[in-house]
Write a protein that binds this ligand. Structure first.
Ligand code: KG4
Ligand code: ZN
Length: 347
């Protein structure tokens, strides 16, 4: 079956066409337009501007995918679009576009949960495809969500831990803003951290010594703000190179605190569930420090590590098309009356 996927839950406009058959999932085309330039002047995402960009860019993204795959719209077997969670005004654009296209073509439509899409994304690599259907633990770390989930043999997904406040990506983004780094903060903070020492400053590892699989990152951001205020009050005469050095050290130490916390809770989840596979998904999964630390931990536990490919970590439509294909195979469809579901969660 050939599936068109559409993703407009936040600030990326994406479309993709995926083929699913007995040999597995194959990406025929993928288009993605980021809105980083649109939102950079505001230091964060402005919903009205995100919506306007989706309206302008989505028709081009879909047309480009069809052209690249050399397909006519009638050759699509299913249209899948992100239903939520996300910004409601942004979700409405892709979800409505998908419903209208499916209705016009007389093809089925499927609204897909964005988090389930992320959780399926590690299975898009050849190594991942071979593990589809085996019990696994997934660490999903994105800008809006941080959770641990268990996947069973039928690909049923159960949440076993989640953040109680900020998501890991949000913790990166808010810290980057405090350090004066550009939007989107995560990759910039990670780049600054490469030049710094992870043990230069001491930041808390929230909830690491508490039982359970929940996270909390809001205190970490407060610890960074307090450290910055202390540094600024004592170092007003610092040269600019010394100031740059301390930004790198702060970034490296802060990143290490997030990574240690994620690794510690994930280790606990693997021990509790006994799963032999760990998957990693979401925008923060692109972080090389986190990938390396989880790979080490998996090696020490004898667990197979399956991170999503870097191009499938941040929001994309390939994961939506692939999830649509897998869900449709087991009988899921949506009606044209389906509404977007912006609230957080694996609904
Ligand atoms: O999954 P995603 O594209 O969007 C959501 O569904 O939230 O994740 C975006 C998040 C942002 O917070 C961004 O700063 C973060 O992923 N991110 C990173 C890196 N690349 C993206 N965080 C840390 N290190 C990175 N290399
Ligand atoms: Zn996402």
């Amino acid at each position: 079956m050939i599936v068109l996927g559409i993703e407009t839950s936040c600030d990326d406009t994406a479309a993709a066409i995926v083929q699913h058959d007995s040999t597995g999932l194959r990406v025929l085309a993928a288009a993605r337009a980021t809105q980083d330039d649109t939102h950079r002047p505001y230091g964060g995402i402005v919903p009205e501007l995100a919506t306007r960009d989706h309206v302008n860019r989505l028709p081009h993204a879909v047309r480009d995918c069809l052209q690249h795959a050399a397909l006519r719209p009638e050759q699509l077997d299913l249209v899948a679009a992100t239903r939520g969670p996300g910004l409601s005004v942004a979700l409405l654009i892709g979800h409505t576009f998908g419903k209208v296209l499916a209705a016009a073509l007389g093809k089925p439509f499927l609204g897909v949960n964005h988090l389930r899409g992320h959780i399926i994304s590690p299975y898009l690599t050849p190594q991942g495809a071979a593990c589809l259907g085996q019990p696994a633990v997934c660490l999903l770390v994105s800008g809006g969500h941080t959770l641990l989930a268990r996947l069973d043999a039928q690909l049923r997904i159960t949440q076993i831990g989640a953040t109680r406040d900020d998501a890991a990506g949000e913790a990166f983004d808010k810290a980057a803003r405090l350090l004066g780094l550009p939007h989107p903060g995560g990759p910039h903070l990670a780049a600054a951290a490469m030049q710094g020492r992870p043990d230069a400053f001491s930041f808390p590892r929230p909830m690491l010594n508490e039982p359970g699989l929940d996270f909390s990152f809001s205190g970490l951001k407060t610890a960074l703000r307090v450290t910055l205020e202390r540094l600024r009050s004592t170092s007003s005469g610092l040269s600019s190179s010394a100031a740059q050095l301390s930004v790198a050290d702060l970034a490296a130490s802060y990143q290490q605190a997030i990574v240690d916390t994620l690794v510690g809770k994930t280790r606990h989840a693997l021990q509790i569930t006994g799963a032999a596979i760990l998957t990693l998904a979401g925008g923060v999964a692109a972080n090389t420090c986190l990938r390396a630390a989880l790979a080490d931990m998996c090696q020490s536990l004898g667990v197979q590590f399956l991170p999503a490919a870097p191009e499938h970590c941040t929001d994309n439509a390939v994961m939506i098309a692939a999830t649509g294909a897998l869900l449709h195979q087991v009988g899921h469809t949506s009606t044209l009356e389906e509404q977007v579901e912006p609230r957080p969660g694996l609904h």
